[in-house]
Every structure is written in structure tokens, then in C-alpha cells.
Design a protein around this ligand. Structure first.
Ligand code: ITT
Length: 191
């Protein structure tokens, strides 16, 4: 059985990747806890590369990294690459976002996920980006998922990600849209 490192410390992301990958004969590991990677990139893809290469070299295994975030139109794309650094924890991040959007009519937003796959020696094997469009609601709704899920309503569904079960989120999310593009490459590489 082959090993794949998911280059993340985010348990929500890890869970989603494990679901996406369940049909592969793979041993999936999160990156070692002691590995710290500075996310100094200007784009989601820059940061995904930094994380994938660092985890692959550190473990000498193939590594898949995700850099993702929420881009809000009326905030000029913020929090963007700073989504996880916007405040100290998920509920403070949500509070800050809702405060910034108080009395703002345009609540259009999208989630983006850049995925990067690195060989054990740090060579980039494949990279893709997926998006999911929606709006920021005025009050958090739902208990599932992680991060900004309770305030992001997916266009055409009337539901926030946090009101969806994991299967429904997986059929629509930025991360799954990116993962679908990665799938053929992953199949050739791992089979
Ligand atoms: P790693 O770098 O260890 O992967 P992280 O949480 O710091 O973990 P990012 O730097 O990519 O990851 O930041 C992404 C942030 O964007 C994440 O912490 C959430 O706040 C938000 N985010 C990304 N995808 C999300 C999703 O599917 N649902 C809700 N929030 C999401």
C-alpha cells in the first residue's frame, strides 16, 4: 500500500481529504506535528506549493497540500490568503467578518482551494485550483464542517456549508472541485 501525506494541520481539511480518497488503496497521514511552514506566498497556489514541498521533503513521501480561503467581493478579496490568520479562532473570525460586512449589501463571496502534489524530492507533480461561489449570510447557521462554513451560503442551495452533511458539501465545495481535477493524475500516480 502506498503512503500519502496530507500536508495540513487542519483536522477539517484532513477529514474531507480522507473522504475524497476513500476508494484508493492508500495509507493516509497528516503531516508531522513538529513541521512548521511559513505561509509567505502572495497567492493560494504559492502557499500550497510551500506546504506540499516542505511536507514531502520532510517525510520523503508524496505530499498533497491545500491552501484555501474565503474571498469576499466587497472587501476586495479579503480575507483571502489570510483567512486562517484573520482572527484567533473560528468564532472570532466569523464575528470579525460579519462586523466588517454590517450594512453592506453586496455579500458575494467565493471559496478557493489550491492543491499541490509534490514528489518526495520536492518536485511539483500537479497543481489545480477549485472555487465555490456563494454569499455571506448575516447570522451563522448550521453545526457541521469547520472554519467559515456557518456563514457561507452556496449559490442555488439556500444552505450554508455548515447546514449540509459532508456528502453534500463534498459535491459542491471548492476543495472537491479542485480534487476532481487532480483525480486522474492521482490515479496514474498511485495505481
Ligand atoms: P494548513 O495550512 O495546516 O492546511 P490552515 O487552516 O492554516 O491549515 P489555510 O492556511 O489554507 O489552512 O487557511 C484556510 C482557512 O480558510 C481555514 O483555516 C478556514 O478558516 C478557511 N477555509 C478553507 N476552506 C474552508 C472550508 O471548506 N470551510 C470553511 N472554511 C474554510
Amino acid at each position: 500500500m502506498k503512503n500519502l501525506i496530507i500536508a495540513t494541520k487542519n483536522q477539517g481539511k484532513l477529514k474531507e481529504f480522507k473522504n475524497f480518497l476513500h476508494s484508493f488503496q492508500l495509507s493516509i497521514f497528516a503531516q508531522p506535528n513538529e513541521l512548521e511552514v511559513d505561509e509567505t506566498g502572495k497567492s493560494f497556489m504559492d502557499n500550497a506549493r510551500l506546504k506540499a514541498i516542505a511536507a514531502a521533503k520532510y517525510t520523503s513521501q508524496i505530499a498533497l497540500a491545500d491552501d484555501s480561503g474565503l474571498c469576499v467581493e466587497s472587501l476586495g478579496g479579503a480575507p483571502g490568503v489570510f483567512s486562517s490568520r484573520y482572527a484567533n479562532n473560528d468564532s472570532e473570525r466569523i464575528c470579525k467578518l460579519l462586523k466588517e460586512l454590517e450594512n453592506i449589501a453586496n455579500r458575494n463571496a467565493y471559496f478557493a482551494a489550491s492543491l499541490c502534489l509534490s514528489s518526495p524530492s520536492g518536485q511539483i507533480l500537479f497543481e489545480v485550483e477549485g472555487r465555490c461561489h456563494g454569499v455571506i449570510v448575516t447570522e451563522p447557521r448550521g453545526k457541521n464542517g469547520f472554519g467559515y462554513d456557518p456563514v457561507f451560503e452556496v449559490n442555488g442551495t439556500g444552505l450554508t456549508f455548515a447546514e449540509m452533511d459532508s456528502q453534500q458539501k463534498s459535491s459542491l465545495s471548492h476543495r472537491s472541485n479542485a480534487f476532481k481535477l487532480l483525480l486522474p493524475k492521482l490515479k496514474t500516480l498511485l495505481d
